[in-house]
Design a protein around this ligand. Sequence first.
Ligand SMILES: [Zn+2]
Ligand SMILES: [Zn+2]
Length: 120
Amino acid sequence: MKTKKLLPAIEKEIELYNEDSFLDMLNEVYGEVNICGMIMDAGTVLKECDPIAFRCAMNDSQEYETKYLCPICGEEHDDEDKANFCCQDRNIFECEICGETFESEEEAQECEDSHEEKEI
Ligand SMILES: [Zn+2]
Ligand SMILES: [Zn+2]
């Protein structure tokens, strides 16, 4: 009797910030600035004037989140178990003689036994 193993979920590190969301965050935290009488968003000013500093700040603040991808459809899940069983069932047991698959070990065993009886 063989047990068909599930394909494991794919672990993926997700960056919490991309340039747009980091820009929004800066604009929210630092608000507007007055530059020569012009009111501008602080984050936007930083990004426009000094893109390198902007990117450094983003890297410093970067946070990572682990997500799990379903190995079949690629859907993202917070939970490894959910990703494993998104498109797959629990372990499948296979009759070694006819290749039929069963959800329980007992059924697969019974199938194998039934073949042996026929051969005798
Ligand atoms: Zn899936
Ligand atoms: Zn069988």
